[in-house]
Design a protein around this ligand. Sequence first.
Ligand code: NAD
Length: 337
Amino acid sequence: MIKVAINGYGTIGKRVADAVRAQPDMEVLGVAKTRPNFEAETAIDKGFPLYAAIEEREDQFAAAGLDIAGPVAELVDAADIVVDATPSGIGAENKSLYEEYDTPALYQGGEDAALVDTSFNARSNFGDAVDADHVRVVSCNTTGLSRAIAPLREAFGVEKVRATLVRRGGDPGQTSRGPINDILPDPVTIPSHHGPDVETIFDDLDIDTLGMKVPATLMHMHSLNVTLEEAVDAAEVRDLFADESRLFLIPKHMSIDGSGKLKEYALDAGRPRGDIWENAVWEESISTVGRDLYLFQGIHQESDVVPENVDAIRAVTGSADAEESIQTTNEALGIGL
Ligand code: NAD
């Protein structure tokens, strides 16, 4: 069993902990938190050993009646790998701790690509992370773009990608985020940082991205235009995508007209937290005009990176190849709507 430590138990960390626990070849050694909030309570309820991410704050947990297993350094020392799911920039501060104990680490998309040996998307570049010590699982948007681009490159060749990302203002729990009544070019400069981030996965890709932020919390929406190297019928793209386990093609008969019904469907389907681990591609939107492909896809920012973290654990520990890992992760989580 691969012993996994999770440092940072928020939106991403708590989901990764549940996903790791569901795997046949992994166990959660413990999770580390900075404060005794509601997520600390549920970590204890779920039976995850809780460690203090900041040693001086240990007594805050005791005052709240929560048992602490020890300081985070103890957890890092005992683990085979750490998943750092702390807020952007904190992962970089934690790197020296992981190095001190010689424990390999995964970081999240909020960290700089320069921090790590390689950035990671299971479908696109699993092999680059094999036996690496420091790996960054790319952001929700970069994950979503990479999953769509990888099969297109292999099947038809990609000349150029143009994507407009309509981004949720904040996650449902992020009460301080916005806008609450506006539509922002964000960033207003073009291209947005998302394109260069996708290039950390495919270094020879030509991609330009534009970003906007809107008053929504549920999901991001991508409007994608890919110029392929050959003229392709839309049906060929639909067939190609239908074979991709982490692309969910929303069929017309479902009458899912947006993120709201998508999330409702995920909840009805019994998904934990209503999570949608797959890219949700509107099948009807897949269109081609000569070599140009167009489509809309919804990206559930809180969860699409979760199976990617699980696969990155196997890559870094050298315990499975891409195909085997993706299949194991998919089966354990129930991926494939
Ligand atoms: P979050 O704020 O929901 O969770 C972070 C957790 O880390 C919180 O519980 C916080 O208390 C804790 N923390 C803060 N400082 C810490 C420290 N020094 N040691 C240990 N824990 C500490 O954030 P999140 O949304 O889960 O984001 C985490 C990372 O994942 C970021 O890099 C982010 O960019 C990336 N990411 C977020 C999303 C998303 O939409 N939420 C999607 C993909 C990637």
